[in-house]
Write a protein that binds this ligand. Sequence first.
Ligand code: CA
Length: 160
Amino acid sequence: MRRKANIYNDTVNFDRWISPKLMGCFHSKTPRHAQGYEEPTILAAETPFTVSDVEALFELFKKISSSIIDDGLIHKEEFQLALFGNRNKKNLFADRIFHLFDYKRNGVIEFGEFVRSLAVFHPDGPLTDKITFSFRLYDLRQTGYIERGEVGLLLVLLKP
Ligand SMILES: [Ca+2]
């Protein structure tokens, strides 16, 4: 992916989402999109992705989010289907990833959540975001500490 100046420095502070959403209300010519859709230009400005990267991610998002229910949102079963080819295959690791992607905690992954979460894996993504994401992945019980049992459990799950 092309390099681009990174202006996305804080995964924890998501307040800035509110203003792009309000601005979106005034664009009457914008085609109707599902809840959680955000303009590629906005997402590209906030992440290391380019506008064409975000457009390509939207194609992927559309494919995953329509695999079971075509509602423009990725539900847990669609996520499992995309990862394992099986909608019913549960896995603690996949559960944690889904939970971290669903940072609005409404049980589904919206397009904005999808792009901002994938930005963490971009080579140009800020290191602090990568560290925060990894920490939260291992902090299974969400206590703010990674305990011995949690590391053990994930190591067992990741064993080939
Ligand atoms: Ca869906």
